[in-house]
Design a protein around this ligand. Structure first.
Ligand code: FNR
Length: 368
């Protein structure tokens, strides 16, 4: 369908499914095992209800935000998704160009199919980027990669901590990664892998499963970029991250692609905020991001009301460029903008700072 006919993120998903080769669709859409966490990432938002405020003069509403000290036109960032060229010949550059034009922040994946430098070169002057890091068994490779990103002006290092081994994405495994036509920029030092385990497994064998809390000081010693741990799933680990002196966390289950039946980020947010408050946490000193299942501006507003600093969005932007390239991503950003305008008016919030806990009813969420 023509891009004008796309009116929400679900439309992009349907179009992507129709236009993508089966192998690409399997890699992008799949999640682990029975895909229960994938489903629940969506369902959790549908169990949270609004408590709107009225008569607050919402003629002018403003949904711009600051994420990790960087200006953002939306209170969300584009989360890292690997292998953009499986979806479009320009791959991740579709995200970069749309993000640059509209003031949105892109998190670049270690396993992007366009090199880090080519992505950064495609940005407009001053365009902020974050980097997602898979930690290599060979720490020298990781050190060089991180320090290069810092030198090039990347604003935040998101270390993925929920993937010591990649989840079994069975849809993807059935497709078999017989060839690497995605042009994944696979890091040096990667061991040979069997190519019969799906795209994901074939490209991820360099990731170090021995990574532990003891490694955090090393990361802090090699970079001055803010460090965020991506893939925290409970209050205990949120507290350890806080005490380790990193700058924030992403409550995430990797879009349902890692441990199946892990709770959704949005569902553990309340326990995380409560545990951190006991330890003197304040929102301006430590960031709590949430990702997984965000498809509407209303989802983002619910997360912010519950204490999230901002929200990450993965598949919707990926699906947006499959059929439409950069224009699709621009349209996705426009749709989010329109949804923020309407939802903030109807919620009675003039700015993101007005979005407070009393605006949501979590009574239908898990028992506390
Ligand atoms: C991802 N995600 C991911 N995360 C990461 O840390 N490194 C990576 O290489 C990837 N790659 C990746 C590929 C694909 C195809 C998907 C769908 C996801 C996870 C991603 O950053 C984010 O956590 C989820 O996508 C959020 O869930 P939604 O928005 O897709 O529901």
């Amino acid at each position: 369908p023509p891009l004008e006919n796309i009116i929400n993120m679900h439309d992009f998903e349907n179009v992507a499914k129709a236009v993508l080769p089966a192998k690409s669709w399997a890699y992008y859409s799949s999640a682990s095992d029975d895909e229960i966490t994938l489903r629940e990432n969506r369902m959790a938002y549908q169990r949270i209800w609004f408590r709107p405020r009225i008569l607050r003069d919402v003629a002018a509403v403003d949904w711009s935000h600051t994420i990790l000290g960087q200006k953002s036109s939306l209170p969300l960032y584009i989360s890292a998704t690997a292998l953009g060229k499986l979806g479009h010949p320009d791959g991740e550059l579709c995200l970069t160009r749309a993000a640059g034009k509209h003031g949105v922040i892109q998190m670049i994946a270690t396993l992007a199919s366009v090199s880090l430098d080519d992505i950064l070169d495609a940005g407009v002057p001053g365009q902020p980027f974050f980097l997602q890091l898979y930690v290599n068994r060979d720490r020298e490779i990781t050190r060089k990669y991180v320090q290069h990103a810092e030198k090039r002006g990347v604003k935040g290092l998101f270390i993925t901590v929920d993937a010591p081994q990649l989840g079994r994405r069975e849809k993807d495994m059935r497709m078999k990664a017989v060839d690497d036509d995605a042009g994944a920029k696979v890091q040096e030092g990667q061991a040979d892998v069997k190519k019969d385990q799906g795209v994901a497994r074939a490209i991820s064998s360099f990731i170090d499963p021995s990574l532990s809390w003891k490694d955090i000081p090393w990361f802090q010693s090699i970079t001055k970029m803010p460090i965020i741990l991506k893939g925290i799933g409970c209050a205990e680990d949120a507290v350890l991250a806080y005490e380790a002196g990193v700058q924030g966390i992403v409550l995430s289950n990797h879009g349902g692609r890692q441990l199946d039946t892990a709770r959704s980020g949005i569902e553990v947010l309340a326990e995380v905020v409560a545990a951190l408050r006991l330890r003197g946490y304040s929102r301006d000193k430590f960031a709590i991001y949430v990702d997984g299942g965000v498809r509407r501006a209303s989802d983002v507003l619910k997360a912010i009301a519950l204490g999230a600093s901002a929200v990450g969005v993965g598949r919707p932007f990926l699906y947006a460029f499959c059929a439409y390239g950069q224009q699709g991503v621009e349209k996705a950003i426009q749709i989010f903008r329109d949804e923020f305008e309407m939802n903030m008016r109807l919620l009675g919030a003039k700015t993101i700072a007005d979005v407070v806990p009393a605006m949501v009813d979590t009574g239908s969420l898990k028992s506390h």
